[in-house]
Design a protein around this ligand. Structure first.
Ligand code: HEC
Length: 495
């Protein structure tokens, strides 16, 4: 089904990725997987009357969608490479795959845009294959059917986007080594490095952010690096479990000027021994002579901190009725080009709470990625647009899971195009009751703060603003042309 921006809707899946999840993942786990557009599609040449086998049907799915994390020395708790390794996990694999928790893709597939450059989720056929394989006793099948094992790059050479661009990053910026002493409290070191080898200005096409070695991975919680130049600083994205990096639209970039410095913005998490931590940023650049049409500020914070009331028993408590918004009215009236600024958060014990940020676009814009941010009480996040012509659209619903900080990168032909005057709304729903399996203590009042037991409430929107209406109109016409072309090809293929 296509809506009027030509986006096709995903087929509904039984359960959202969030439901039934009970394990908090240590956020220092760095995610590694290939862009699905590039990994070979698993073979699914099986007839409905045959039960699936490991060798023929299941191994290719595990290679394409699981082993990036589930192999010796990678981040997941067990290797899923050989039949002997996989077999004992079969019932658990069925459970995690059917519930949508594995592979991690915390997005509601029943609503909103479903085409992403970094989609790692399984399609319905693959889920079905795994479920039927387990239900029929998880047989090995004929070993001759086994696909050749995947040859994984060594950690040092393992840049995920290398497959996409066909070359390693053009520039690698490494942080100074920072010793994280064993058994201490968290560290937030203030590290900077000048970007090497910049004789003239260049434009960033993509960035990947990663711990430089397995040791750093143990102590790495997350990073919010930025580029410092021209007396200002601009975010270059984020790194944590679920986010590899960012690939910008192919007409858009971020400038890197001679003398630019990278500030690493790391949060490190000591283990039982001393570790020298090094973070790397890999930049893929536009060719030397090329200047992209548009410059993006990267990810921009859209706060969702206007209370819209509390749910459950607190609705009737004095002073906390639905009309008592904390700082209500200020969000959404941001006077600068950024989204609504922080207001406040206050989540009573044993209650749910909904916070929202509303912003009227003062210029046309294009969204290339979204990433949610909440902590342990976060349940889900809805991003909506009301267009100037009155159309209303849920752009996406993110099923929040604190262990996975996934940035969702839209395919080029579905990136939301927002005319000036569009109302962009971000709504975050918190659950501070016993029903939230991640809730460390439902008796607590929860306030805003950096600690994991406090809360935060925003979305990071990867966006490009257009100062000239003509540029935006050109992109709208180009989109219409691309969608019409895709539709023609689809009809042709169906003939
Ligand atoms: C992005 C990395 C990543 C990918 C891809 C991934 N996993 Fe996982 N998986 C993890 C991590 C980390 C854990 C441990 C945390 C947790 O249980 O959620 C885990 C846990 C699991 C568990 C539960 C283990 C336990 O001890 O409870 C199962 C089963 C599982 N994964 C199966 C799969 C399957 C099957 C696939 C592919 C269809 C897959 N995973 C893809 C990272 C990944």
């Amino acid at each position: 089904m296509m809506d009027n921006q030509g986006r096709s809707r995903g087929s509904p899946r039984k359960t959202s990725a969030f439901e039934g999840c009970s394990v908090v993942i240590h956020a220092s786990l760095m995610v590694g997987f290939a862009l699905t557009t590039l990994s070979p599609q698993p073979l699914r040449a099986q007839r409905a009357d045959q039960s699936p086998t490991f060798a023929r049907d299941v191994a290719p799915i595990l290679q394409a969608s699981c082993q990036g994390c589930h192999r010796e020395g990678s981040i997941a708790p067990m290797s899923l490479v050989t039949y002997e390794e996989v077999r004992p996990w079969a019932p658990m694999i069925r459970e995690r795959v059917v519930s949508g928790e594995m592979p991690p893709w915390p997005l509601d597939k029943t609503i909103g845009i479903q085409e992403f450059k970094n989609d790692v989720s399984l399609d319905d056929d693959e889920v079905e294959t795994i479920a039927r394989w387990v239900d029929s006793g998880a047989p090995m099948g004929n070993p001759d059917d086994l696909p050749p094992p995947v040859e994984w790059a060594s950690f040092e050479n393992d840049w995920q986007y290398e497959k996409h661009f066909g070359r390693p990053p053009d520039i690698v910026v490494a942080s100074p080594a920072y010793t994280v002493p064993g058994n201490e409290l968290d560290h937030w070191p203030n590290l900077e490095t000048e970007v090497p080898g910049l004789a003239e200005s260049r434009w960033i096409r993509a960035v990947e952010i990663r711990p430089a070695d397995p040791d750093t991975r143990y102590v790495f919680h997350h990073a919010n690096p930025s580029i410092i130049q021209d007396g200002g600083s601009v975010a270059v994205g984020h790194s944590a479990a679920g986010t590899v990096g960012y690939i910008f639209p192919n007409d858009t970039g971020q400038a890197l000027k001679p003398g630019a410095r990278v500030r690493f913005g790391m949060h490190l998490f000591p283990i039982e021994r001393d570790v020298d931590a090094v973070l790397q940023l890999g930049f893929w650049l536009y060719p030397e002579v090329e200047v992209p049409d548009f410059e993006t500020p990267g990810e921009v914070i859209h706060e969702a901190s206007q209370s819209t009331g509390f749910g459950h028993e607190m609705d009737s408590a004095p002073g906390f009725g639905p009309d008592r918004g904390s700082g209500g009215g200020r969000g959404g009236t941001s006077s600068d080009s950024q989204f609504p600024r922080q207001v406040d958060l206050l989540i009573p014990p044993h209650s749910t709470a909904t916070y929202r940020g509303v912003y009227v676009m003062d210029r046309p814009a294009r969204i290339h990625s979204v990433r949610g941010h909440m902590h342990l009480r976060g349940r889900y996040q809805v991003i909506e647009a009301i267009y100037p012509d009155g159309r209303w659209e849920v752009i996406n619903k993110l099923d929040w899971h604190h262990g996975w900080q996934t940035a969702f990168l839209y395919e080029d032909h579905v990136m939301p195009l927002l005319p000036k005057g569009t109302v962009l709304m971000v709504t975050n729903v918190f659950d501070n009751t016993v029903n939230n399996p991640h809730n460390p203590d439902p008796n607590q009042w929860v306030v805003r703060g950096d600690r994991t037991v406090d809360e935060m409430s925003h979305a990071r929107i990867g966006i490009t603003y257009f100062d000239h209406e003509e540029d935006f109109e050109r992109l709208v016409r180009e989109r219409e042309r691309v969608l019409a072309e895709m539709e023609r090809e689809r009809l042709q293929a169906n003939r």
